[in-house]
Design a protein around this ligand. Structure first.
Ligand SMILES: Nc1ncnc2c1ncn2[C@@H]1O[C@H](COP(=O)(O)OP(=O)(O)OP(=O)(O)O)[C@@H](O)[C@H]1O
Ligand SMILES: [Mg+2]
Length: 393
């Protein structure tokens, strides 16, 4: 124990992870590109650097000599993580996993081509014309479809194209919303799914047998590419559940490599009997915040246990639980104030988590409401009602 953890990314997921790690006596150094980020507020030390700057990352590692480097976000100079791993540092779950999931095309090629997982039909395009061809050509992706920058997260630059006339706009929107300097988009067949899930999957250390554990599937609803609510249980037909678990195990095992360990959030669309792989995070998943209340070991507890090579026994579930997000409504550099928290907290079974973000942006996630209910539907209703009572000023 008392491992030194360098946490790369200090948002709300990092904050909960830091708390779980602190509970096991770890020393946490929280890193982000802005000061006073949520995880920094509960960590032992902080660093404010640009994590896309490889040299700055390397300096940070030299200074703190961590036992584990734990990425919490995608936007990290992952080529530097590969170098650090080669030099003997332990990157969670592996530098390869962080590297492959930084861009949508790398993980898609691995999942669809190398591992043969079922995905939506897709193509890439590097110009508006290529995009139109990829969609409209015979055997192309077709309409409707979804256009995403290959480098982006939280739905940035992502849009649904329903008609030919919308293609040029989707290209422009993607290029404006992309991260980095590679103007390439992925265009996917639009899957009119019945529901979508996150399959949280834990990969154990080799010393623990290197096995894979599954958390019960989490249902969720997205808007503008960002999650609005998530819930458990999310009943699935046994065959669909098995298919999701098999695919999750495949991709997680491949990404973790020989001794990689940690939790992954593997996203699937379910339509009829079909289970379609979408993407994954080699780290706790935002929709998994519901596990803060739905079970004895949250996704953050599971992550730190896997990292430290501690046992992962059977998870005990607390019954139907839901999470609903609290969003800011406008941009402001002033410290946010919250109204309605008391009303929300007066509801039995409701708990409120405010992340402590120092500033707001329109639609920025500032907090989450967690609620129990008699059924998942009931828990969702309660969580959404309580979240709607809270406003960010
Ligand atoms: N091919 C598709 N068909 C239908 N809906 C889609 C498709 N691709 C994405 N979506 C919807 O958009 C949401 C966000 O897409 P995706 O998970 O690919 O990007 P992201 O959420 O921006 O990435 P990240 O999870 O890294 O933030 C999905 O959860 C889903 O609801
Ligand atoms: Mg996603």
């Amino acid at each position: 124990m008392n491992a030194r953890i360098l946490l790369l990314g200090s948002g709300e997921l990092g904050k909960e992870f830091a708390i779980s790690a602190k509970r096991l006596g770890c020393r946490v150094i929280a890193v982000d590109r802005y000061d006073d980020a949520p995880a920094m507020q509960v960590a032992d030390a902080r660093e404010t650097i640009d994590m896309l700057d490889g040299a700055a990352l390397a300096r940070c590692v030299r200074k703190h000599k961590p036992d584990f480097i734990v990425p919490e976000i995608e936007a990290i100079r992952t080529s530097e993580l590969l170098k650090l791993e080669k030099a003997g540092h332990s990157v969670v779950p592996s530098a390869f996993a962080a590297h492959m999931t930084m861009n949508r095309d790398a993980i898609r090629e691995l999942a669809a081509k190398e591992l043969g997982l079922r995905t939506a039909r897709y193509a890439y395009a590097a110009s508006a014309q290529e995009l139109a061809d990829a969609i409209l050509a015979k055997g192309g992706v077709g309409l409707p479809c979804v256009v995403k920058p290959t480098m982006s997260s939280s739905g940035k630059g992502q849009s649904v194209v329903r008609t030919k006339g919308e293609i040029a706009k989707a290209w422009k929107y993607a290029i404006e919303g992309m991260r980095g300097d590679r103007p390439v988009v992925i265009v996917e067949e639009f899957i009119d799914f019945d529901y979508e899930i996150t399959q949280l999957t834990v990969k154990e250390r080799a010393v623990r047998g290197g096995g894979v554990h599954f958390v019960e599937p989490i249902g969720h609803r997205q808007e503008r590419g960002d999650y609005q609510e998530s819930w458990m249980p999310c009943p699935m037909k046994p065959a669909a559940k098995r298919a999701a678990q098999e695919m999750a195990a495949k991709v997680v095992t491949r990404l973790a490599g020989k001794d990689g360990a940690g939790i992954f959030g593997v996203e699937f669309f379910v339509k009829g009997g079909d289970v379609i792989f979408s993407e994954l995070s080699p780290r706790p998943h935002d929709t998994g915040m519901v596990t803060l209340r739905s079970q004895d070991l949250s996704e953050f507890d599971l992550h730190i246990r896997a990292i430290l090579g501690l046992p992962i026994p059977e998870i005990r579930y607390a019954g139907p639980t839901a999470s609903a997000v609290v969003l800011a409504t406008r941009d402001s550099t002033k410290a946010p104030r919250y109204a309605g928290v008391e009303q929300a907290m007066a509801i039995a079974g409701v708990e409120v988590r405010l992340f402590g973000k120092p500033t707001t942006r329109k639609y920025r996630r500032m907090g989450v409401v967690l609620a129990h209910g008699k059924t998942a539907t009931d828990a969702r209703k309660i969580a959404m009602t309580a979240a709607s009572m809270i406003s960010v000023r």
